[in-house]
Design a protein around this ligand. Structure first.
Ligand code: ADP
Ligand code: MN
Ligand code: MN
Ligand code: MN
Length: 373
């Protein structure tokens, strides 16, 4: 099992330095999405006093030619702070700050999907859209093999691993536990966690979050996960199908409701939303992974608790459908729907924006965008 070099540095030696007083200064780590739209970057600066609101954190910049984000010779990009969290790595009073990226002309960078999402959420704010995202992920050694899998060959077939307990069923629980605690400390709205169907595959849930907050909290939860895995020397992948064959893929189920859906008799609003979604399947598939449907085509096969990428379907308690109405919601006749299509590596800003455009703003069309038709 190969693990990364930096994880082999003596962490007890590191502890001594982390305990040192900061002489009243505060470390603020700016976090942003890079040009891939999938990976995160960060850098840190010192501030003279603890910032508690966004206004107290200045804009900053970075070299976009080193992150796949700059155009031509104008390589300076702006970092615009949008959400503050406590830093679970260097502890209080230090901060993690999620940022939007703007180009030299102050237009959003190509991979900045928050900008349009925010505009759509502002338009829809009276319907109070809530989301809960289920982030599935897989752990890999730096050799790219799933963490804990035998060097040659495969673990026993799927069955005992989902929500499993025991050294022969669970690989990497330390990471899941560290991530859960770190998210709670940071102020990320983490809702829960479980071991998944494929060994060394895990899930955490973030939500319910209203509007733009969903993307902000999920992206920070991802940053914290990558950073924790770095300490442990393993790699986290959000690839929707890390291992081909009879192994489950990884999704990011999107649970969604409006105020109408949550009220008594809201099942009717849920069914209306599903009707709208059924007419816009390709547009949603286009928005649900960073490659416009290409990544998800490896995962949405109709097997392993997924629906086919080519068809739209919905049903109560049906985990083989595009949209599932949870059994409890069917019984209560109100609540939320679950869109099971988003890929684990989706951009949550794109997913939540698409749901609101279709279900709340009643937009139609844009079907031709999808690359899998
Ligand atoms: P599953 O049974 O699909 O594995 P999970 O328990 O993993 O479901 O996730 C369900 C998620 O739904 C929770 O994280 C929660 O945040 C979210 N959720 C609950 N109620 C609502 C609601 N009314 N609107 C949107 N999301 C909700
Ligand atoms: Mn789940
Ligand atoms: Mn799951
Ligand atoms: Mn689910």
């Amino acid at each position: 099992m190969s693990v990364a070099v930096s994880s082999k540095l003596n962490k007890h030696v590191r502890e001594q330095y982390l305990k040192l007083a900061q002489n009243g200064k505060v470390q603020v780590t700016y976090v942003w999405i890079d040009g891939t739209g999938e990976y995160l970057r960060c850098k840190t600066r010192t501030m003279d006093c603890e910032p508690n609101i966004l206004k107290e954190i200045p804009e900053w910049n970075f070299d976009g030619s080193s992150t796949g984000q700059a155009e031509g010779s104008n390589s300076d990009m702006f970092l615009i702070p949008v959400q503050i969290f406590r830093d679970p790595f260097t502890l209080d009073p230090n901060k993690l700050v999620l940022c939007e990226v703007l180009k030299y002309n102050r237009k959003p960078a190509e991979s900045n999907l928050r900008h349009t999402c925010k505009a759509v959420m502002d338009k829809a704010k009276d319907s109070h859209p809530w989301f809960g995202l289920e982030q599935e992920y897989s752990l890999l050694g730096i050799d790219g093999r799933p963490y804990g899998w035998p060097q040659n060959g495969f673990p026993g077939p799927q069955g005992p691993y989902y929500c499993g307990v025991g050294a022969d069923k669970i690989f990497g629980r330390d990471i899941m536990e560290a991530h859960y605690k770190a998210c709670l400390y940071a102020g990320v709205k983490i809702a829960g966690t479980n071991a998944e169907v494929m060994p060394s595959q895990w899930e955490y849930q973030v939500g319910p979050c209203e509007g733009i907050e969903m993307g902000d909290h999920l992206w920070m939860a991802r940053y914290i996960l990558h950073r924790i895995c770095e300490d442990f020397g393993v790699v986290v992948t959000l690839d929707p199908k890390p291992i081909t064959g009879n192994w489950n893929g990884a999704g990011c189920h999107a649970n969604f409701s409006t105020e109408d859906m949550r009220q008594e008799g809201g099942l009717q609003s849920i069914e209306e939303a599903i009707e709208k979604l059924s007419k816009r399947h390709r547009f949603h598939i286009h928005m649900y992974d960073p490659k416009g449907g290409l990544d998800n085509s490896r995962r949405l096969t109709g097997q392993h608790e997924t629906s086919s990428i080519h068809d739209f379907s919905a049903g109560i308690a049906n985990r083989g459908a595009s949209i599932r109405i949870p059994r409890q919601v069917g019984q209560d006749r109100c609540g939320y729907l679950e869109d099971r299509r988003p890929s684990a590596n989706c951009d949550p800003y794109a997913v939540t924006e698409a749901l609101v455009r279709t279900c709340v703003l009643n937009e139609t069309g844009n079907e031709s965008k999808c690359c899998t038709k």
